[in-house]
Design a protein around this ligand. Structure first.
Ligand SMILES: Cc1cc2nc3c(=O)[nH]c(=O)nc-3n(C[C@H](O)[C@H](O)[C@H](O)COP(=O)(O)OP(=O)(O)OC[C@H]3O[C@@H](n4cnc5c(N)ncnc54)[C@H](O)[C@@H]3O)c2cc1C
Length: 423
């Protein structure tokens, strides 16, 4: 890697997700040199990742090449590579086989699935955090149907055709709805020898409500809507063990399933501890009001990894928080390098919206709540407009239109090999 000799402050931004990309875009407008690093050469629009797993949209529709974004900015350089270490004393980062010198660091490495120590979960459950996860899950689900259509043993068929989602937060609810529609729509025509009364989509939630962070009226609507779509919603049900062929519940009940999707929680990547960055609750890094890490004023932490607080409450691990924090961190770095005090961050909550399926969503914003078709239309408009790039919006719109008007999911493809598809 060639060194830069502009004499301007060097800012390394780790992670090209929502937090890191928005930080880099803001920094690009100022007199600093920026190194943006990610293990992937693309940015992933995670809110639609579950639609990859449900064969609803094509992977290319929700990712965008980072280089297409940064090539517009002469002072931003992108490195594709794994971040393997941070040495704050020596002021350098090891990434992609290179060492990058830092004056300022923006840590925006996101989160990993938190299996809460449930035995077997890390080995046997499918996380839904990356594009690879989404494609692997799609492959696995479709492969279960391929196997089930020739399976004569009823108990084996039951395992193959039971799909269990753990965690009824937004991702669990959205995926349960999308999977139920995939199963009851396109797959019924594809697998004519399968008796679809044998197919079960189960949603397990330890708390007593789905979408527990929303007002009760909205969570009840989502629960009832899922049940009307034949999703077996089980509340107050905690998982105690997962293996390759079953899930065991805390009350001792065991039910057979070869597909467990884990959407129950996230934490900061435990590897950060070995880099000397102390992790607090949920593996997040505690920051002060200005988003600077405790004891390291040159390090800003944003997005899922940041334990930032607004009005005494931890900021949520959602895309708008990451975007707002990334932008604020960038502005604070510019202020700091000009000898000014960084400004405190305040999260502005734009509201929450979750879709359950065709014509059904819940929206809670600006103190108002609504459900049904208007909420669903708003969900569509917001998600399409937040995708990066005209081509991506067009791809996703076409896929949605095919699904809505023709009940056709064009991406019912078993493509790459994946760790759990075989057998
Ligand atoms: C399935 C799913 C659905 C979601 N739905 C919604 C939603 O509907 N609305 C909403 O607001 N939020 C949603 N979220 C949450 C939202 O996506 C996150 O809060 C947001 O992405 C956090 O941004 P971030 O920049 O912290 O992390 P990310 O966007 O995850 O970006 C982290 C980046 O760091 C890179 N990286 C990580 N470790 C390394 C390493 N060691 N070396 C190199 N690169 C690395 C990753 O490749 C990634 O590009 C969803 C999340 C998921 C997983």
């Amino acid at each position: 890697m060639t060194a830069r000799s502009s004499g301007r402050p060097r800012v390394v931004v780790l992670g090209a997700g929502f937090g890191g990309l928005w930080a880099a875009r803001e920094l690009a407008r100022h007199a600093v040199d920026v190194d943006l690093v990610d293990r992937n050469n693309y940015h992933t629009f995670l809110p639609l990742l579950y639609q990859i797993a449900a064969a609803e949209v094509e992977p290319e529709g929700i990712v965008y090449p980072v280089r297409s974004i940064v090539r517009k900015f002469p002072n931003v350089r992108f490195t594709m590579g794994e971040v393997t270490g941070i040495d704050l004393a020596a002021r350098k980062v090891s990434a992609g086989g290179s060492e990058l010198p830092i004056d300022y660091l923006v840590l925006a490495l996101g989160s990993v699935s938190n299996f809460f120590g449930v035995p077997g979960a890390a080995e046997h459950a499918f996380p839904l955090k990356t594009m690879d996860d989404g494609i692997a899950l799609r492959n696995h689900i479709l492969s279960r149907f391929e196997q089930a259509q020739n399976e004569r043993d009823p108990s084996k068929r039951q395992r193959l055709l039971t799909f269990t989602i753990v965690g009824a937060g937004p991702t669990g609810v959205e995926f349960a709805g999308a999977l139920a529609e995939l199963v009851r729509g396109p797959l019924v025509s594809d697998y004519r020898s399968i008796d679809f009364r044998e197919v079960r989509v189960v949603l397990l939630e330890a708390k007593d409500a789905v979408l527990g962070m929303l007002p009760r009226r909205l969570s009840d609507y989502a629960r009832d809507r899922l049940r009307s779509m034949n999703v077996d919603v089980r509340l107050g049900t905690a998982v105690s063990r997962i293996d390759a062929e079953s899930v065991t519940l805390l009350d001792g009940a065991v039910f057979p399933t070869e597909t467990v999707i884990w959407s129950s929680g996230v934490s900061g990547d435990p590897v950060l501890r070995s880099w000397g960055l102390p992790q607090a609750g949920g593996g997040r890094i505690t920051v002060g009001p200005t988003l600077q890490a405790k004891g390291h004023p040159e390090v800003y932490v944003v997005g899922d990894l940041s334990l930032a607080e607004t009005a005494g409450a931890a900021d949520p691990q959602v895309a708008p928080a990451a975007i707002q924090q990334g932008t604020t961190a960038a502005r604070n770095i510019v202020r700091q390098s000009a000898g000014m005090e960084p400004l405190p961050f305040r999260y502005k909550d734009p509201g929450t919206m979750v879709t359950i399926g065709r014509n059904a969503a819940v929206v809670h914003m600006l103190g108002r709540s609504f459900t049904g078709f208007p909420a669903w239309v708003l969900w569509l408009v917001v998600h399409i407009s937040n995708l990066i790039g005209f081509r991506n919006r067009l791809f996703v719109l076409v896929d949605w239109a095919m699904d809505y008007f023709f009940y056709e999911r064009a991406v019912r493809l078993i493509l790459a090999s994946c760790r759990k598809c075989a057998s």
